[in-house]
Design a protein around this ligand. Structure first.
Ligand code: SAH
Ligand code: SF4
Ligand code: F3S
Length: 437
């Protein structure tokens, strides 16, 4: 019996898919890269913008064909779109056998049993399942042997007016530090060197416990023997405080890279988005980060064309991008999401104008990214060798999250090594290994 999982969306979904793979392997299924030969196909969906919604429906149209030669194959839909609109998807694609949401993934064994017996297994919970942490007991099946995601907080309590995530993922629930450390310990014993703590808002970690702070978690994870590198995503500018920044700077394991979404540069738009900070306050955090961690690589998310965004508002975003000099920017056009407060606001600019703003911004950032990469010419950087590609190059990332291709012996796989950078490209660096652990 074989399974195939198609994952859309963010790292939370990737980690959930790794857990579902763990469940399926525990049940005796083996993975396949070819959905046509799968007995179970799971589509783990995202709903953050309209495009991902559409992608799911077209993927389902394709996967439906599996039933021609394998009528008993089970097609399941889960994740954020399923949580938000599972019944609608089922109506649009009645051939699917299984639908479940984001807080009952641990019910997969029962749901699958139900679906295999020919019934439709549809379970979307309105309330958060209080036993959802049972999911964490399943092993993750990861593509990458040396770096691993660890979910530390689920859900989001912020109410950004454009965002569907609080609806699809529910309120914030932090995992107990002890449970997280046990998982980290297990991963390290399994060969993992880099731990990537994830959550929609990791900097809010522990708030629901009262007095636990995110930096305490950082310290605890750093103390686990064998953890060489720590990353975390996503931090929220409002919750990132000086104490956390100091701990990031002090712990040698915490990598010099941070994704800190600003979304927009204009105070008027930030307020309409209900982000809880002004441009000035955001830039003060960036200043602190650069002060304590001078070589930090920064990245951000931008929404172009939030309702009411004028050209002058947009120029404020451009100004921030030029001032911060991010290593990477993920920019998208605003997409109204059903049921969110911003969904009913009228769009004030034409789609063509917004496309132009988005393109100009992406082009501006391309040059900045390249300029930042050029700083690496002839430098020596540490990379964690994650794989060997078809051209026999070692592939890994710097602590600042730059992709590096290096000449060197395959025995370095899974090791931290020093690389001298000889060539700089727009999206990667190339060099040769000069020494390792
Ligand atoms: N929790 C993270 C982001 C989660 S969603 C944070 O607060 O930063 C990932 C990104 O999708 C967001 O940063 C935002 O830039 C984008 N996004 C979310 N809702 C959107 C919408 N309605 N239209 C366009 N982009 C959106
Ligand atoms: Fe969405 Fe805002 Fe929560 Fe991020 S912080 S997930 S953008 S509501
Ligand atoms: Fe998408 Fe859900 Fe993540 S909406 S971005 S998969 S939390």
């Amino acid at each position: 019996m074989k399974y195939y999982i198609k994952t859309f969306g963010c790292q939370m979904n990737v980690n959930d898919s790794e857990k579902m793979a763990g469940i399926l392997q525990t049940l005796g299924y083996t993975p396949t890269e070819n959905w046509e030969e799968a007995d179970v196909i799971l589509v783990n969906t995202c709903s953050v913008r309209e495009k991902p919604d559409q992608k799911v429906l077209s993927a389902l149209g394709e996967f439906k064909k599996v039933k021609k030669h394998n009528p008993n194959a089970v097609i399941g839909v889960c994740g954020c779109l399923a949580q938000r609109a599972g019944y609608e998807i089922y109506q649009k694609a009645p051939f699917i056998d299984m639908v479940f949401g984001t807080t009952n993934i641990h019910h997969l064994p029962n749901l699958l049993e139900e679906a295999k017996s020919g019934n439709k297994a549809i379970e979307i919970l309105e309330e958060i399942d209080e036993n959802e942490n049972l999911l964490d007991r399943f092993p993750t099946v990861r593509e990458n042997k040396y770096t691993a995601f660890v979910t530390v907080i689920r859900g989001c309590d912020k109410k950004c007016t454009y965002c569907i995530v609080p609806t699809t993922r529910g309120r914030e629930r932090s995992r107990r530090i002890g449970d997280i450390l046990r998982e980290v310990q297990y991963l390290v014993e399994d060969g993992v060197k880099e731990i990537h703590l994830i959550g929609q808002n990791v900097t809010a970690y522990g708030k629901d416990f009262g007095d636990v702070k995110f930096w305490e978690l950082l310290k605890a994870v750093a103390e686990v023997d064998g953890v060489e590198r720590i990353r975390f995503t996503t931090g929220h500018p409002k919750d990132l405080d000086e104490d956390t920044i100091k701990v990031m700077a002090d712990l040698p394991q915490v990598c010099e890279a941070l994704h800190l979404p600003i979304q927009a540069g204009s105070d008027r738009i930030l307020q309409a988005m209900d982000r809880g900070y002004t441009q000035k306050e955001y830039l003060q955090k960036i200043e602190l980060l650069k002060k304590y961690i001078p070589n930090i690589a920064l990245s951000t998310d931008i929404i172009v064309g939030f309702p009411g965004e004028t050209y002058e508002d947009y120029l404020e975003t451009v100004k921030v991008i030029k001032e911060v000099e991010y290593d990477q920017v993920f920019a998208f056009k605003y997409s109204p999401r059903p049921g969110t407060p911003a969904a009913d606001l009228p769009m004030t600019e034409s789609p063509e104008e917004l496309s132009k703003r988005l393109n100009d911004l992406i082009n501006l950032q391309k040059d900045i990214t390249f300029k930042k990469n050029l700083e690496y010419q002839d430098k020596i950087v540490e990379i964690l060798v994650e794989e060997i590609n078809q051209e026999n190059k070692l592939v890994g990332r710097t602590r600042t999250n730059k992709l590096v291709y290096a000449e060197g012996s395959p025995e370095y796989l899974g090791k931290l090594v020093d690389v001298k950078i000889e060539k700089v490209n727009r999206f990667s660096l190339e060099g040769s290994i000069i020494g390792g652990d």
